[in-house]
Design a protein around this ligand. Structure first.
Ligand code: ATP
Ligand code: MG
Length: 871
């Protein structure tokens, strides 16, 4: 059965059991401070497990794009080395939100695997949680055990410990005991020799876990204790690639049709052969795996970058490039060429790959290119480090510097050192690494208390589209502490006019006022688990009762002007540049807006003007805000609404319209485009290959902008003596300046000529050398000319000139070539040594060299010290 059918069979099976099939959530998570990437199918349903929101369907099934490269679930270092862990993989899942529980979950999993997919029952093992004696004092999962016993012989049921059979999403949050299903795909002979039961959970590549059925029934609190969840849920996850391995009768995920086309292509591009050499095989697996992670992230709108999620993606790509570089001899970008095959194999299930193919290729190619350049530079630096090493061991802190500042991979450093007969001080490297980790960890660490619940009010409705103030009650609050922001409080209200940061728009600020006038400022608003959380520096004195919640209207108004202008800008770019323009990121602040979009060339001045004019025409056109809330996705798409890749949309959406601009959007907007006043582009530039960025301003920021510009203009006119045409006046000045420079140069030449005669008279003879050390007033070029002219027709000259230019010192040493050879003198060495008097350094050739330094006061000392070389 091919992989496409396997995916379909899974989803259809659960559809037949009353589940709704939903699309995968994006792999890159936006607007969640606790998680960068989806690492399990359940992430997108967290809010349901926690009881914050109720799902429309109590039974759901899907295949979820997951990435396990950071945080609690990190498989990166395994990937490629083994045959069954990936960075990005698909997790097939079925969910029950307070609906069915263990009985159905277990029976259906078994039915699907053995009846429908016909996996041999004798190759399957299941595990059950054995209970724990630690602080949690959890009971053995007798319920699951009894259910399994009805369908599986008891010797195939394995009791598992807390590490394997108690699933937790993170340090806090929903959790519960689980039952895993393992499959033994070894040969018959091997099975007879060693029992499969003994290999379960023992990292055997042919006895692997394929499915985990999690029975969510607890919430892990901040203090580490468990509390029962209000309802019990089922959360299952099956590795799609591993299932394909079993059903396609192969012994590695990479031998399934999910990966073989990619591996073929890598073989063709790099001339490597898979299956002949262990190191080459690992490299090929790493590349086949990592291109998926990178391509899916880019399709989700996350480009490689220097921070956060983007940095994780950059590191994954670099890991693949360096495996290719080291083991496959790939010295040119090549990974981008895999995008074609990847879209052919996965584009059906994930259409975003097709639509974003060009972008994926551009971005990957550029990343590869720049990293290969880094590798080249790193090789040179490493060479220097080796040369300056006193013994055969290279200092760990130096290797760390190479890794940390230049991104030069440590394993490559170790490899190259090994080849040259050197070794790496690994302990030193490890120490430097740990210290840096500690520094960055303590900077980002946040500790959160458990919520203090005041009222059980599940409404928590956002009313900020229609109101900027309302009476609210505090439903819960907690204290959080971080190094960055210190102590803060989070507050949740029963309803709120505050907009939570999302869709690029910043969160509202404002204040909360109690009946007796106690005021607490709200400094930010964010979403957590789909709940609007308000941030404050302190809590109100009395938490009960009703408060007036007031949004800072001015900030909101400015932000809204920028948000609506962003929509108009998006429309303008598609009109002016073409419909290939897609939004790749946006930030809507109160002071400015930033918009990233796909386009292959720098915008011309004319295009920028057209874009500005287009937007301003719509502002002057007084287009009213039209909105439809809670309409089905399809209705909005039929109405021409633009949806974004990598964005998570619910079943129903909100459609926002200004004239012909129609977008799916949850943000807040002006009531009429006239409220934007005016739109002005401040800058346009590249963020990555094929991605441009525009920064622009609207509303009163434009006024400030013109005011500032105007003031500068008046000031310029003023310094130009009230010039009527300042541009002409500046051009005149520039011309005059060029003319003056020419005159100075010619005057200096004359001066040097005269000087030559004068200085020749000052030469002293010392030990058969014509010598002069003197401070003179010429620039570097003048001194050089002078020295060489004085040296003409002489073979016994030794000059040292010192000069002070713009507060800096310069020493120039000239020695006739013959003299340098006979007396074994070297101008380069001499200036380097004399350089210490002027706090600087330099070098050059044996017959002419210069040194610059920041201490002109030391020139005289240098002129004195040089005499030592004549002895
Ligand atoms: P393992 O012990 O093999 O790493 P896990 O305990 O981390 O697995 P779960 O967190 O229970 O796995 O995830 C559910 C399923 O997802 C697993 O049964 C497995 O089939 C699959 N899976 C987990 N991690 C990966 C990965 N890195 N690559 C591919 N599939 C995976
Ligand atoms: Mg794991």
């Amino acid at each position: 059965m091919n992989s496409k059918d396997i995916r379909k069979q899974f989803l259809q099976f659960f559809e037949g059991k009353g589940h709704k099939i939903v699309p995968s959530a994006p792999m890159v998570i936006k607007d969640d401070p606790t998680l960068l990437f989806t690492n399990a199918g359940m992430n997108q349903f967290k809010e349901y497990f926690l009881g914050i929101n109720k799902p429309k369907n109590l039974r759901i099934t899907d295949t979820q794009k997951c990435l396990r490269v950071s945080g609690k679930h990190n498989d990166l270092e395994e990937v490629g080395k083994d045959t069954y862990h990936h960075t990005m993989f698909e997790m097939l899942g079925n969910w029950s939100f307070g609906d069915y529980f263990k009985e159905e979950a277990i029976a259906w999993a078994w039915e699907l695997l053995t009846d429908v997919l016909k996996i041999d029952k004798d190759s399957l093992y299941v595990s059950v949680f054995e209970g724990s004696n630690d602080a949690d004092k959890l009971e053995k999962d007798n319920e699951a055990f009894d259910l399994w016993r009805k369908i599986v012989p008891e010797d195939r049921i394995i009791m598992g410990n807390k590490k394997d059979n108690f699933w937790e999403m993170g340090d806090q949050g929903p959790c519960g005991p689980c039952s895993e299903i393992h499959v033994d795909i070894r040969s018959k002979e091997d099975k007879e020799k060693v029992s499969g039961a003994s290999l379960v959970n023992a990292d055997h590549p042919l006895v692997v876990e394929i499915w985990n059925l999690v029975f969510m029934q607890y919430n892990r609190k901040a203090d580490g204790s468990l509390e029962p969840l209000p309802a019990k849920h089922v959360d299952t996850g099956m590795g799609f690639e591993r299932l394909c391995m079993v059903l396609q009768n192969v012994q590695s995920n990479y031998d399934t049709d999910v990966f073989t086309p990619l591996i073929k292509e890598i073989e063709i591009i790099t001339n490597a052969e898979y299956g002949k050499d262990d190191e080459v095989d690992i490299a090929i697996r790493v590349i086949a795996d990592h291109i998926r992670a990178v391509a899916f992230s880019i399709a989700d709108g996350q480009l490689p970058s220097n921070t956060g999620a983007g940095y994780v993606i950059r590191r994954i790509l670099r890991r693949a490039v360096r495996y290719g570089f080291t083991f496959l001899g790939a010295k040119e970008p090549f990974m981008y060429r895999l995008a074609n095959v990847l879209t052919q194999t996965m584009g059906d299930a994930f259409p975003e790959l097709n639509e974003q193919k060009q972008l994926i290729q551009n971005v990957v190619k550029e990343e590869e290119h720049s990293f290969l350049k880094t590798l080249d530079q790193g090789l040179v630096l490493l060479d220097n480090i080796i040369k300056s090493s006193k013994d055969k061991t290279v200092d760990g802190t130096k290797a760390f510097e190479l890794y940390d500042t230049f991104g030069f991979p440590i394993d490559l450093t170790a490899l190259i050192l090994g080849e040259k007969g050197f070794s790496l001080d690994e302990a030193g490297f490890e120490k430097a690494m740990q210290e840096q980790k500690k520094r960055s960890k303590s900077a980002s660490e946040i500790s959160k208390q458990d919520w203090n619940i005041l009222a059980d009010d599940k409404e928590q409705e956002f009313i900020g589209y229609d109101a900027l103030q309302s009476d609210v009650k505090i439903v819960k609050h907690r204290k959080i502490t971080s190094k960055k922001d210190g102590v803060q409080y989070q507050l949740v209200f029963n309803l709120t006019p505050f907009y939570a940061e999302g869709g690029g728009q910043t969160g509202d600020k404002g204040y909360l006022e109690s009946a007796d006038g106690d005021v607490v400022y709200i400094i930010d608003t964010k979403k957590e688990n789909n709940e609007t959380v308000h941030f404050a520096k302190n809590l109100p004195q009395k938490l009960e009762g009703t408060f007036r919640a007031v949004v800072d209207a001015t900030q909101r108004q400015r932000t809204e002007a920028n948000h609506t202008a962003t929509h108009l800008l998006h429309q303008a770019l598609r009109e002016v540049l073409g419909s290939h323009v897609e939004q790749k990121g946006s930030a809507v602040h109160s002071k400015y807006l930033r918009f990233d979009f796909s386009h292959f060339a720098k915008l011309t001045v004319e295009e920028l003007r057209q874009v500005e004019n287009f937007v301003n025409a719509r502002i002057e056109g007084h287009l009213p805000f039209e909105e439809q809330r809670n309409i089905p996705m399809q209705t909005a798409l039929d109405a021409g609404a633009l949806a974004l890749f990598g964005e998570k949309y619910g079943d129903t959406v909100r459609m926002v319209k200004f004239g012909q601009s129609v977008e799916l959007c949850g943000g807040t907007h002006v009531k009429n485009t006239r409220d934007i006043w005016h739109f002005k582009i401040r800058s346009e530039g590249a963020v990555a290959s094929g991605i441009r960025r525009i920064e622009a301003i609207t509303y009163d920021a434009v006024k400030d902008f013109y005011f500032e510009n105007n003031r500068s203009l008046y000031e310029i006119k003023d310094v130009l003596g009230n010039a009527q045409d300042p541009v002409k006046a500046v051009v005149n000045l520039q011309e005059e300046n060029t003319e003056l420079k020419k005159q100075i140069a010619s005057l200096l030449k004359d001066k040097a000529k005269n000087l030559k005669g004068d200085l020749a008279k000052e030469l002293q003879e010392v030990n058969g050398v014509q010598f002069l050390a003197k401070k003179i007033d010429l620039d570097a070029a003048g001194i050089k000319d002078l020295s060489f002219e004085m040296g003409q027709n002489r073979n016994d000259l030794f000059l040292l000139f010192g000069t002070e230019q713009n507060g800096k010192a310069l020493l120039s040493c000239y020695i006739s070539k013959e003299l340098a050879a006979v007396k074994n003198l070297n101008a380069g060495t001499i200036v380097r040594e004399l350089g210490k008097h002027i706090q600087g350094g330099g070098g050059g050739q044996p017959f002419f060299a210069t040194a610059g330094g920041k201490n002109p006061a030391g020139i005289d000392k240098a002129l004195e010290a040089v005499k030592g070389y004549l002895k």
